[in-house]
Design a protein around this ligand. Structure first.
Ligand code: TXA
Ligand code: MG
Length: 342
């Protein structure tokens, strides 16, 4: 299969989004940008197309998919009982990077939810995603558009690397604004549970609801979110995350880098732009200038490029776990082989 790379820049934009929407309706797979990461889309009601998503990604069949919609009206055909809390949160955060888990309607194919009685619904705010979903006129399942076990794609070229030749088309709209996936929030309980931290923060949700939410820990709540039990992306290199006060963290990273280099290892560093200076002799990837928010935006892209660089070990600055730091540290710890607390 040849994968069509469809730009959304310039005069071809409208035509290319129309082509992509038609492909989705015809049962093909189309990768498209969202504000979080690129997704791999298929018509949620086309069981054959949904099945091919699992095949193409190499995704375990017991890991359910998120259904993406363009308008809140579509939710009535997907969800059995819509809790009041949904409308409250939707009013504040949708469209945007918040996915809500509710009781599913019978019409949703069970392959979408991996047999669960619940369905995850998301309304992305990326203008290309919105235009595509509107023109597709069907709800669209879309996992991140990477091969299972690889970092989620934040640019069209990452999708091409993983899925080129296996999907009908990739809509290219440049880099994703957020860079980590949406927050998955289970609202089937009186107290909602964050199953996966992401683009909408715990603090934002709590301030809208006026209550404390729970946060599922992978090892404590067993099947909260099936995706959490799978080993996540880990680069070929060993990843060591340093957590603590920033001065101690940078000091400890410097010492460890020197030690490892003396042992003949090839060392790579990931840290904020303002700390890169003392690491001049190593392979460096910057995590940007706006703390956790820009670190999250650069994380997956840095992992992909360090995978190609031949580093033996990656030393990475940790961040405090408030706001976007929660999603960032969740992904970082999943990739890490070791955590150093200083
Ligand atoms: O930002 C995002 O959410 C991206 C973009 C493309 O929209 N999508 C994404 O999909 O990250 P995926 O498939 O890579 O991750 C979906 C997560 C998995 O952890 C899955 O287990 C969980 O959502 N999930 C889906 N349906 C669920 C359900 N009914 N109950 C609990 N967890 C669910
Ligand atoms: Mg994923």
């Amino acid at each position: 299969m040849t994968t069509r790379l469809l730009t959304t820049r310039g005069p071809a934009r409208a035509r290319n989004i129309r082509i992509a929407a038609r492909l989705l309706r015809q049962g093909s797979l189309v990768a498209f940008p969202t504000e979080t990461v690129y997704g791999l889309g298929a018509n949620a009601f086309d069981v054959r197309a949904v099945r091919s998503i699992f095949r193409v990604k190499g995704r375990p069949s017991d890991n359910p998919l998120i259904v993406h919609v363009w308008s809140l009206d579509q939710i009535r055909s997907l969800v059995d009982v819509v809790p009041l809390m949904f409308w409250v949160l939707a009013g504040h955060f949708l469209p945007g990077p918040l996915t809500m888990v509710m009781r599913k309607a019978r019409t949703v194919p069970s392959i979408v939810t991996a047999g669960l009685p619940s369905v995850a619904i998301r309304m992305p705010d990326h203008p290309v995603a919105r235009a595509l979903l509107k023109q597709a006129r069907v709800p669209v399942v879309a996992p991140s558009a990477n091969l299972s076990g690889r970092p989620s794609p934040t640019r069209a070229k990452h999708v091409q690397e993983d899925l080129g030749g296996r999907v009908a088309a990739i809509l290219d709209a440049g880099a994703c604004r957020i860079g980590v996936e949406s927050t998955v929030l289970d609202i089937t309980h009186r107290v909602p549970v964050i199953l996966r931290p992401g683009g909408i923060t715990r603090e934002e949700i709590e301030s809208v609801l006026g209550l404390r939410v729970k946060v599922a820990r992978g090892h404590r709540t067993r099947v909260a979110s099936p995706g959490m039990k799978y080993t996540h992306y880990a680069p070929a290199a060993e990843v060591i995350v340093f957590e603590g006060g920033i001065r101690s963290v940078i000091g400890a990273m410097k010492r460890m880098a020197r030690d490892l280099e003396q042992k003949g290892m090839s060392v790579a560093i990931m840290c904020e732009e303002k700390h890169v200076r003392p690491f001049g002799q190593y392979e460096i990837r910057s995590l940007g200038t706006e703390e956790a928010r820009s670190a999250a935006k650069h994380l997956y892209e840095n992992f992909r490029s360090l995978d190609r660089s031949g580093a033996d070990v990656i030393l990475c600055q940790g961040f405090s776990e408030d706001r976007m730091g929660m999603a960032l540290m969740n992904r970082l710890r999943k990739a890490a082989t070791r955590r150093v607390r200083v």
